[in-house]
Design a protein around this ligand. Sequence first.
Ligand code: NAP
Ligand code: MG
Length: 459
Amino acid sequence: MTATFTVINPSTAQPICDITRASVEDVDSAVARAVSAQRAWAVLAPGARADALRAFARVVEAHVEELAQLEVLNSGHPIGSARWEASHVAQVLNFYAGAPERLSGQQIPVAGGLDVTFHEPYGVVGIIVPWNFPMTIASWGFAPALAAGNAVVLKPAELTPLTAIRLGDLALEAGLPEGLFQVVPGSGSVVGQRFVSHPDVRKVVFTGSTSVGIDVAAGCARELKPVTLELGGKSANVVFADADLEKAAASAPGAVFDNAGQDCCARSRILVERSVYDRFLELLEPAVAGWRVGDPADEGTEMGPLISASHRSTVAGFLDGANVAFRGSAPSSADPALGDGFWFAPTVVLADRGDRIARDEVFGPVVAVLPFDDEADAIRLANDTIYGLAGSIWTENLGRAVRVARGVKSGVLSVNSHSSVRYSTPFGGMKASGLGRELGPDAAEHFTETKNVFFATDA
Ligand code: NAP
Ligand code: MG
């Protein structure tokens, strides 16, 4: 493996800069610094840790535009989305800045004394993130981990390290102690694996593919360290005949083509009740045609390129033999400014049950549409995948919404909307989509171990 890797702008295929890959020795030094920073951090007054995280949030807020522009360059995210992502990092920090002063244990009635529990930090937490949402996913790990009194080593994806590296600088600028939050760029097989095997990294948070996630979990099992896994998805957007069809169709492109479909929560299957199937497709076609794909630096752009040439070939492979109903537009090689970018036009495929496109994660702007017969069939079809991350249910019937929401095996569901992520509510997957939950009221506690202490009161 070379000592450096080149970061590429996916909108133009042009190099941005070279980044040095951390070695195993570099990881070990970072972890050693983290161990000593964590000791000092954990004994600070809870209010002092809260203040430090709020200061970090303020510095991120002051750099939203810079971080957003960096994400446009490195990831091809539309500028509007990138601004949302950078602001979200500040919000996540502010939300978990409330945690140090709220990590209350219990006082449990026992005979002969006083029994109390403490939420003790693990020590050093290793966070491994993918390339699709480099800033936000990192913050879901580092903010609650730091709030709970841990130090963090963060490995960004090699394709998209720039905003994470900048967040590491901003933490220092905000006054976070040296060594407490370190960004360690490098390859998964070296840096990521060392987080898994290093005895002083006491918890691992991994977001990425299900196959790598299984390896990470197996490695953590050998070291007996807890692991949180946020993995792939093949989420269903279930549209019943009694739904507001116009609204369901108008919102469906955003639910799957946002971030060019490179979203673990992408509603990449649209399941439509058979009686309104044709009508729904008629409404969907203009919505897809109107989905604006182009230069992510333009304010009006809704979708940029895919992340890399090799990812584009993988996505294109899913269309072999597929029944394409219609496609949206994308910049082409005729465009001098963007022609070399990794563009892929939004694509709607009519699929049959059991088709690869109907069950496997594409992670690109391709959606499979399938008809269903009734409520029971809709639930069966929605669950016909190894994944269980997100999903949407469109119906005007309240009882049905409740029944289907209870019947679909997914961690994050939404009725008559496509929302998946709010920092104040729990996020994560069932089945092959993951293990454990991030965000929400309890995330800081997930970065602690419970200690029980009994104080004898016998005279
Ligand atoms: P990936 O290939 O699994 O990589 C994810 C991260 O793991 C990268 O930082 C990667 O490093 C690192 N890695 C690779 N091999 C490793 C190993 N053996 N040990 C430790 N770390 C290793 O996933 P991806 O292709 O970047 O991301 C796409 C996947 O992520 C999709 O399946 C998507 O659904 C999933 N995802 C899930 C969520 C969620 O919250 N559930 C959110 C976003 C994405 P390199 O930089 O070297 O590749
Ligand atoms: Mg990968």
